[in-house]
Write a protein that binds this ligand. Structure first.
Ligand SMILES: *[C@@H]1O[C@H](CO)[C@@H](O)[C@H](O)[C@H]1NC(C)=O
Length: 329
């Protein structure tokens, strides 16, 4: 699928071996974000890398404005970072053309914590994890699954693409870079086990799980059945507060009717899918927007405020944990 020099192949093999030895230790890498103040602000954008096209640049411009206003700590990317087929290698100019040269605002010169989407797996998936990219642009951080500890909030980034069976059963549709993922069953069961332990041991007030694929969505892709079956029960058992994803090219908020778990889709970073929405119980469906935009989260030990914005920076939807408490009282 790709042509590598013998040296690169050797390095990749060594890396895979090291990576598998590491995962055998049954733990996810944990990063620590040092809090600047008593609260945490961040933006979430997904499904974006199109060299500025399809309003990607307009979304980026508004992200810069909101990031400045909120004085954000970092940005989360929910994946599908580079269209259509990820990066070819670490030197693919798409990295600059779709990332460094697009999100140029001063306020966006913060860490970008990213995961891979299915389109990223169609290229050289390991290239996005390479420190070479971080050398090129120090904001960039991507791993398949990892934990970001920010004190009272903890973020669990999950590699969701390997869960989706159709990428394996219809290999002729696209070529995926499964290096480090096979055998699939073992990869998924180890990931779920590590995640379960990490979630259970977390003492953070807010537990936030981030993945590319939807769990619940009224959009084009709809629910990801494999995640409903295997990931959702872990989130419920460990009192996860929010699941944040992309994949459906829209902005969306679905509330659980049986728990406090909220589902936020921020997949409007570039090309959006107008009118591509299915019926969803209005009790759970708090918000759906079929255009481009992004989301912000302001998190304090006592409250989380979520806001969705369009390409003009207009507020489309606001939600706060204090609303929920108010409703209960
Ligand atoms: C860009 O955003 C505007 C406003 O939402 C929309 O009308 C327009 O169709 C979008 N352009 C593209 C190429 O999606």
């Amino acid at each position: 699928m790709h042509k590598y020099s013998t040296m690169t192949l050797f390095l990749c093999l060594s890396f895979c071996l090291l990576a598998s030895l590491h995962s055998a230790a049954a733990e996810l890498q944990t990063l620590h974000h040092q809090l600047g103040g008593e609260s945490l602000s961040l933006l979430v954008v997904g499904d974006w890398g199109r060299r500025g096209a399809y309003n990607q640049s307009r979304v980026a411009l508004q992200m810069g404005k909101i990031a400045e206003k909120l004085d954000i700590d970092f940005i989360i990317s929910t994946g599908d970072n580079f269209y259509d087929d990820g990066l070819t290698d670490e030197n693919d100019p798409a990295f600059e053309e779709s990332f460094s040269n697009i999100y140029t605002a001063r306020s966006l010169q913060k860490p970008w914590y990213t995961v891979l989407g299915n389109h990223d797996y169609r290229g050289n998936a390991l290239a996005q994890l390479s420190p070479t990219l971080t050398h090129k642009d120090s904001r960039w951080f991507c791993q398949k699954s990892y934990i970001l500890n920010a004190g009272f909030a903890e973020f669990f980034f999950v590699d969701t693409t390997p869960f989706q069976t159709k990428y394996f059963t219809h290999p002729k549709d696209h070529v995926y870079d499964w290096r480090g993922v096979l055998p699939r069953h073992k990869y998924i069961s180890t990931l779920l086990k590590d995640l379960d332990v990490a979630l259970r041991e977390s003492t953070a007030r807010w537990k936030i799980v981030v993945g590319h694929h939807t769990i619940k969505s009224a959009g084009h892709h709809g629910n990801t059945q494999e995640l409903v079956s295997h990931l959702l029960p872990l989130l419920q058992a460990n009192n996860v507060d929010f699941y944040v994803n992309g994949h459906d090219h829209c902005l969306e908020h679905i509330a659980s009717s049986d728990s406090a778990l909220q589902f936020f889709t921020s997949g409007g970073g570039s090309k959006a899918w107008k009118g591509d929405i299915s019926w969803w119980d209005p009790v759970e469906n708090k918000f759906y927007y079929d255009g481009q935009g992004f989301m912000s989260m302001q998190i304090s030990p006592s409250e989380v405020d979520v806001v969705f914005y369009d390409v003009y920076g207009n507020v489309l939807h606001k939600w706060s944990t204090s609303d929920v408490l108010y409703n209960v009282m």
